[in-house]
Design a protein around this ligand. Structure first.
Ligand SMILES: Cc1cc2nc3c(=O)[nH]c(=O)nc-3n(C[C@H](O)[C@H](O)[C@H](O)COP(=O)(O)OP(=O)(O)OC[C@H]3O[C@@H](n4cnc5c(N)ncnc54)[C@H](O)[C@@H]3O)c2cc1C
Length: 475
């Protein structure tokens, strides 16, 4: 892979891009460039990196033209969805062109015979879910950011979310995708079929590749029947250990694969109470679980809910609140949503948001030792997340760090110590938020030399000039 000395975007470049995309398809306006150069990563990469131009292609052909041009002129290109990423993947670390997919937002087709939905990458995830629903079908991808993220961004990050334990992450729903490679060539991997061993599994190489191998321009998604009934249990638990121990029992003893199991620690719950007028029963409990079950048969679901409720009580639950109707269920999930909202609006500055995964059996060990590690770095945290996947989001707050101190610099030694412990427990760097710019310097903790070398060779095979989203994911 050439570590390219990139060429600068000049007035001539802008004029050439306008020739390809039209006046409304390109901007070099300073404010717009800055706005399209950040995502939701905390602490922000604000003003650290700014694109020289932002392109808004309307179709695959235009994406292809820009990529061909950028490849020939050695100009870095950063693909961008809705910019809700939490790892700096859409941040143009070398300037150059940001390729926004927002105008490629059409849901192209719902095919009943093949149970597929074909969409452009700029469709908002919730719109995809809604379109499938209107046809009586279910798109089961469900990141918590679904109301704002794009489906193309979900594919590029292999976004997870609440329903992975039963339905899988985004990649599990992708049957086919069209991508524009860094040299501008257009490829179609997979299609409206559920079996294909004719080639390497390029679909799942592109899924989760964070825009480093190709720009996704069309996606074919698998649809399933819409689950007719849903029940949520809100379960305060006396200890984190008891909560963690309960999770696998839901399936092994309870005989149910839940559609979600979410965890919130006491600090998360207390933060929500401080932030709102909401009073959460048993908010002094050490941990809360939300257990969601769905299905087609109401009676079956009732009996499952009863059995899982009993199981919770037998395993120490302080109480089990059952939410069956829409309003009650919304109230339960509002608590979980407020945990994240409170952080975003109230609790800045944040030193770091982490996306740790450890085997479920190791979660208690991880959470027990966490305060001690963070204290060494003048930090505290709250923890919540997708516990059935072993995926715990921790939000790390400064505790005694001065306002003038550099959070990026302080976060670094904290993350190294934390990740070394995660590795010791058999865990990994990120479950769903991605490596991006934020975590790339830590991949060496989790990948050995042979793996890193292989990643570099794959990247070079797709992108020999290293123009597509340089500095992301690949060590
Ligand atoms: C409040 C909140 C809640 C969140 N909850 C979750 C959650 O539950 N689960 C989860 O997994 N994530 C979650 N996220 C993170 C984020 O929403 C996801 O990573 C999402 O998939 C990003 O989509 P996006 O369209 O915003 O992509 P962006 O942030 O714009 O880009 C993300 C990456 O994808 C690449 N990319 C974007 N579009 C394309 C394309 N068409 N082709 C190739 N590469 C492309 C970019 O280059 C970048 O590397 C959350 C974020 C927020 C702010």
């Amino acid at each position: 892979m050439t570590n390219a000395a990139y060429f600068k975007v000049t007035e001539k470049t802008i004029a050439d891009l306008i020739d390809m995309l039209g006046q409304s398809g390109v901007t070099a306006d300073r404010e717009k460039r800055a706005a399209y150069s950040i995502d939701e990563t905390i602490p922000r990469f604000e003003r650290e990196y700014v694109a020289d131009a932002v392109c808004f292609p309307e179709n695959t052909e235009q994406v292809s033209m820009v990529m061909k041009y950028a490849n020939e002129h050695l100009i870095p290109v950063t693909p961008r969805g809705a910019g809700t990423g939490l790892s700096g993947g859409a941040v143009p670390s070398r300037g150059g062109i940001v390729m926004s997919m927002e105008r490629m937002n059409a849901i192209l087709e719902i095919d009943h015979a093949n149970r597929t939905l074909t969409t452009e990458p700029g469709a908002v995830t919730a719109e995809v879910t809604k379109a499938a629903r209107e046809h009586g079908m279910f798109y089961a991808g469900d990141p918590c950011s679904g109301d704002i993220s794009f489906i193309g961004g979900n594919v590029a990050e292999n976004a997870g979310g609440n329903k992975v334990i039963k339905y899988g992450a985004t990649g599990a729903h992708v049957l086919g995708l069209e991508a524009v490679l860094p040299d501008g060539s257009v490829v179609m991997f997979g299609g409206k079929r559920r079996k294909d061993v004719t080639s390497y599994d390029f679909i799942h190489l592109i899924v989760g590749s964070e825009g480093t191998l190709g720009i996704v321009t069309k996606i074919i998604l698998n649809l399933i029947p819409y689950p007719k009934c849903v029940t949520d249990l809100l379960v305060p638990m006396p200890s984190v250990e008891a909560a963690v121990k309960l999770v696998p029992l839901i399936t092994t003893e309870g005989g149910v694969i839940p559609s979600s199991v979410e965890f919130m620690d006491r600090k998360s719950i207390r933060n929500v109470e401080d932030y709102t007028s909401l009073r959460i029963p048993h908010s002094d409990a050490a941990a809360f679980l939300i257990i969601q079950m769905d299905g087609m048969d109401r009676r079956q679901l009732w009996s499952d809910a009863e059995r899982i409720g009993d199981l919770c009580v037998r395993n120490g639950a302080v109480e089990v609140f059952v939410a069956e109707d829409r309003n009650a269920r919304d109230r339960v999930w509002r608590i979980r949503k407020l945990v994240a909202e409170e952080e975003w609006t109230n609790a800045m500055p944040i030193l770091s948001k982490e996306d740790i995964v450890v085997p479920v059996s190791e979660i208690s060990k991880f959470l027990d030792r966490l305060p001690e590690i963070l204290a060494r770095h003048r930090a505290i945290c709250n923890a919540y997340g997708h516990i059935a996947d072993g995926n715990i989001h921790i939000t790390v707050f400064p505790d005694g760090i001065g306002e003038d101190e550099n959070l990026h610099e302080l976060a670094h030694p904290m993350r190294r110590e934390l990740y070394a412990f995660v590795k010791e427990l058999g865990g990994t760097l990120s479950g769903e938020h991605g490596v991006g710019l934020k975590r790339k310097q830590y991949t060496d903790i989790f990948l050995n030399e042979a793996q890193i070398e292989l990643m570099k060779r794959v990247k070079a095979a797709f992108d020999p000039n290293n123009i597509l989203n340089p500095d992301k994911l690949v060590p």
